[in-house]
Design a protein around this ligand. Structure first.
Ligand SMILES: [Zn+2]
Ligand SMILES: [Zn+2]
Length: 384
């Protein structure tokens, strides 16, 4: 498989040069150079540092989009790899380098097999996935105005799946991922005279417990959802009751109606906590990235393609959903498609995304390449 060496080289080069979200300038230049060399028409600065490559094939036909992400994380690498990050404190710890290498491998394949293929291949290199702003920025800048894909495939390596396997599941596989901040306001005072205060700490603790109770008792257990608090800020001294406490947290749901219920729950819970102690609250709720929903038709088509072209690769079809946020969701709201998970877990290795010692194994590139090239064949083959 000649493109495998190419992909490994690309992967190692990108791994050594990680860039944070919205700063993928070197990466964008590098990708543009490769796409140009492969005969793609290249658009740069799409939604910031995003890059789009278009390969028009012989005949008219369908448009297939392959999407990967470009950004790294503020993590200090501890892998000991010969191609480790050159930049202290920045690392491709989520494997986006491997995604770019895999999509470029599929682009190389399409370019080499141009005569046998029809339609249009669109390679989308999206910036700022970790901060979940890149996809929306690309769409806002008219990503699909000229070429609207008939099929859209995103990829992510997945350490909870073993190397050599693929994960593909219909329906929601990630969550509506929201954040909120609630401020409890009372009146501060001496810790020995709580009766002369309106205790914001008491309001916050009651509010948090109420919220947990409602989130648990009002949730439809058939649909996963999570409420977590991540930050509590209030007070300056052990013996002073503070006038104000701020609490921040996150809500994850897979259905919009559960998201709305959770917002109601929070108002009720915090309101009751504040009321109990005679104070008030304000809730700032920010809806974040929506759930990634894999299109049923697309998933069926991909299953057929895989069983026809790469029957040797096991496909996991259940238990893949998690309550993380992924902004590929915005693309999948516009065009039908799926986020494909490529197994990257191996025995004895660190199988954890965002970990300073996490590396994507070579076999993941190979499996991803087989999956994407079979999809290229499946959707863009010339009809005889
Ligand atoms: Zn990540
Ligand atoms: Zn990622």
């Amino acid at each position: 498989m000649p493109n495998l060496q190419y992909m490994q080289r690309i992967y190692e080069t990108l791994h050594a040069h990680p860039e944070l979200s919205e700063e993928e300038v070197w990466t964008a230049d590098f990708i543009s150079g490769e796409l140009t060399r492969l005969g793609f028409t290249v658009r740069t600065n799409v939604g910031g540092t995003g890059v789009v490559g278009i390969l028009e094939l012989a005949d008219r036909g369908q448009t297939l989009a392959l999407r990967c992400d470009m950004d790294a994380l503020p993590v200090h690498e501890d892998t000991g790899a010969s191609y480790a990050s050159k930049y202290p404190g920045v690392m491709h710890a989520c494997g986006h380098d491997s995604h770019m290498a895999t999509v470029l491998g599929a682009c190389a394949y399409a370019s080499q097999n141009k005569e046998r293929l029809a339609g249009t291949l669109m390679a989308i290199f999206q910036p700022a996935e970790e901060t979940v702003v890149g996809a929306k920025a690309m769409l806002d800048q008219g990503l699909f105005s000229k070429h609207k894909p008939d099929h859209f495939i995103g990829i992510h390596n997945w350490p909870s799946l073993p190397v050599g396997s693929i994960g593909l599941q219909e329906g929601p596989i990630t969550a509506f991922s929201d954040r909120f901040k609630v401020t409890f306001v009372g009146e501060g005072g001496h810790g020995a005279f709580p009766h002369k205060t309106i205790d914001s700490i008491a309001m916050a603790t009651a509010g948090i417990q109420n919220a947990f109770a409602l989130a648990q008792r009002r949730a439809n257990a058939s649909f996963p959802q999570i409420l977590s608090f991540g930050m509590i800020k209030g007070g300056t001294s052990f013996n002073v009751i503070p006038p104000k406490v701020e609490v921040e947290g996150t809500v994850r749901t897979i259905r919009q109606e559960d998201q709305e219920t959770m917002i109601d729950n929070l108002h009720q819970a915090f309101g009751a906590g504040a009321h109990l102690h005679g104070g008030s609250y304000t809730l700032e709720y920010s809806k974040g990235v929506p759930a990634v929903v894999n299109d049923a038709t697309c998933v069926n088509e991909l299953s057929e393609i895989f069983s026809a072209k790469i029957p040797e690769i096991p496909v996991v079809t259940q238990g893949l959903a998690s309550l993380i946020g992924e902004d590929v969701a915005y693309f999948l709201q516009e065009v039908p498609g799926a986020l494909l998970l490529i197994g990257s877990g191996q025995e004895g290795a660190i199988n954890e995304l965002h970990h300073p010692a996490f590396l994507v194994p070579t076999q993941t590139l190979e499996t991803g390449y087989k999956a994407l090239t079979s999809i290229v064949e499946g959707y863009l083959s010339c009809l005889d």
